[in-house]
Design a protein around this ligand. Sequence first.
Ligand SMILES: Cc1ncc(COP(=O)(O)O)c(C=O)c1O
Length: 294
Amino acid sequence: MSDKPQILLTPGPLTTSERTRAAMLRDWGSRDPAFINLTRRVRERIAAIAGGAETHACVLLQGSGTFGLEAAAATFIPPDGHVLIPANGAYCHRMGTIAETLGRRVTVYETPENVPPDPAELGRLLDADVTITHVAMVHCETTSGILNPLAEIAETVQKAGRSLIVDAMSSFGGIPVDVNATPVDVLIASSNKCLEGVPGIAFVVARHEILAASAGNAPSVVLDLHAQAAGFEKSGEWRFTPPTHVVAALDAALEQLDEEGGVAGRHARYRENCDVLVDGMTALGFRTYLSHNL
Ligand SMILES: Cc1ncc(COP(=O)(O)O)c(C=O)c1O
């Protein structure tokens, strides 16, 4: 290895700024008021980025993004719930595996990897089976990069009176989402993707009423988001040893997101990167698998 700084595209997959990495050089006491304030600020910032400052709570959870997905399925889909998953890639299918492993009933509506689910067909499936309580979808299915039609699906799910859970792992922070304008009950993402923090935290942005009604659903102690949220509300502290340095890095990363012009600013940069990549590769003779839809 040379001494030249490496542009490390994983984990993430993205690199992190020096300022974000520098934020990890300080130790924090997990029960100190300063760290409690830091945790509160990160939670508030994430809920605000999602457009849910008044309506949703941000629950932080130790672990990678999948821990957040499993916690959300465990907490918000009750034992007698039934989840419909529009699936066009590996992460959609993983949500099905998670829900099934938890003993929840799962129905998959599958389309090819380069075809988005049809909201009208999803609506028909919901009308045809009144036992379906939830729809769980992936916003950007990272296997192909396909952007699934969140706004149309959210409207269909709301009309049908069901609850919507969204894996926004590879879109949150890079593509604008407003959990009220586009009604989303539960959104899951992590510290290390478009927010450009380091890995170690999953977070779940959940509508207050849904969170309040979820007590006792989770067949797990550590993945119980109702209990995790209650811990934050009670003392501002994490229930179990927090990844303090990762929280500090995420706070610094969120500050830089703000300075970049928020999600709109970051989206513009990612879009330009995408255009440069696609145009350059096209000039070399490659063709995109998807239509260019970022
Ligand atoms: C859409 C989506 N869901 C879930 C995950 C899993 O996240 P993690 O590997 O952090 O557990 C990823 C990771 O790339 C993803 O892109």
